[in-house]
Design a protein. Structure first.
Length: 398
């Protein structure tokens, strides 16, 4: 397939990450260089913009504009969680043909990989030549066949610092509000929740419990861990993923989902709020429930330097893959097998990524006291970027 005379379409899909626009900037910059005769378009609010014909020309963005774009939170083109339906295909292909789009780049996660495959298969069935190359992004870090995904390092940086700070605050407040439950994102995997343990060095340090989707949640074990920490240290901190599961399903199982998206993912009443009530009834002390929500994926000052650089390089790499006439692929990050953090860029087939989930492996999972081992911390450390400060000198007066 030759696409030298065609144009390029870029879309952003799924939940935003702190560095999704850095990937977009890398795509545009390398697109301008490798395809000087092509126009570059952007789909407004993801695939829905393509279906609706809303794809403005973004070819002429300047270097200064691209530098600003790379540091911008949110998704500059707008995102969506739309699952392609049969009646979407005709208007989608009409937009592609009207603008002579021959290369489609989708920045997204595993559901977006499935969308990329659907578009590619539809174009092939219509005998329309189209290259589809997805680009990885997710704060959940659950895309398979890549060491990690752009977006995870920055969100993990936020969560690790937030947990450390919440712990110091709860300890300081003592009997006034000695217990805190921090609810973090992570629909199917515990990568983000596990990052909360990065600054934990002793039993006294937060967190004292970590709940992840990969491990069946026991309310009794949770309460025992929190009570033990509270009785021993005067405070306790728990970190739980937004979709921890008991043997019966979601924790507040008597309630129906509050929302179900187009991909069939259901969202329930907050587990953090549910657990807060259990703790207050059991210990008869005030318990705080913190849910940073989208803050954990949009705080500009928490962006990891490593994450931003790699996200930009992923964008550049995807455009090079297009130039090499690759199709139905996604760039991956390959970590070198040595003590020094080094990586290279590889690729995987969309068919091997679409709809699949990379769970937190057992070797990285936290124990019942909220500890993760050095193996996980060694994995995580370079992804957090430049350290803010060294916590070693911090000591306890209480």
């Amino acid at each position: 397939m030759t696409t030298s005379s065609g144009n390029i379409l870029l879309i952003q899909s799924g939940g935003c990450t702190p560095v999704i626009n850095s990937t977009l900037a890398g795509l545009i910059k390398n697109g301008q260089t490798l395809y000087p005769k092509s126009r570059i378009y952007g789909g407004i609010h993801g695939i829905t913009g393509v279906i609706d014909g809303k794809i403005p020309d973004i070819t002429e963005l300047s270097n200064s504009q691209l530098k600003s774009l790379a540091k911008m939170p949110g998704a500059a083109l707008g995102s969506s969680r739309h699952k392609l339906l049969p009646n979407d295909i005709e208007p989608l292909l009409k937009t592609l043909k009207a603008h002579n789009i021959r290369i489609l780049h989708i920045i997204g996660g595993n559901d977006s990989a499935a969308t990329g495959l659907s578009v590619s298969e539809s174009a092939r069935a219509d005998k329309y030549e189209l290259q589809v190359i997805n680009l990885p992004k997710t704060i959940d870090n659950d895309i398979v066949l890549t060491d990690h995904s752009p977006g995870y390092g920055s969100a993990a940086r936020f969560i690790s610092q937030a947990t450390f700070g919440v712990g110091r605050d709860a300890e300081a407040m003592g009997i006034n509000s000695p217990i805190c439950i921090l609810e973090v994102m992570g629909r199917d995997s515990g990568w983000l929740a596990a990052a909360s343990s990065f600054y934990k060095k002793t039993d006294r340090d937060a967190p004292h419990f970590i709940g992840i989707p990969e491990v069946i949640f026991s309310e009794e074990n949770f309460l025992i861990s929190i009570e033990n920490a509270y009785r021993s240290y005067g405070y306790a901190v728990a970190v739980v993923s937004e979709k921890i599961r008991s043997r019966e399903g979601n924790l507040s199982r008597e309630n129906p989902p509050t929302f179900t998206d187009n991909f069939g993912h259901s969202y329930f009443e907050s587990p953090g709020k549910y657990l807060l009530d259990l703790v207050e009834k059991r210990l008869e002390v005030r318990c705080r429930w913190e849910k940073p929500g989208t803050i954990q994926r949009s705080l500009m000052d928490a962006v990891s330097t490593t994450d931003r650089i790699e996200a930009y390089e992923i964008g550049q790499k995807a455009m090079e893959m297009a130039r090499s006439e690759m199709n139905e692929v996604i760039p991956t990050i390959i970590r070198a097998n040595n003590q020094k953090y080094e990586y290279s860029m590889g690729s995987a087939s969309l068919k091997d990524v679409a709809g699949k989930i990379k769970y937190l492996p057992e070797k990285y999972r936290p124990n019942e006291q909220g500890f993760t081992n050095e193996l996980f911390k060694s994995y995580l450390r370079p992804l957090l970027g430049n350290p803010i400060h060294d916590t070693e000198p911090i000591f306890n007066l209480l």
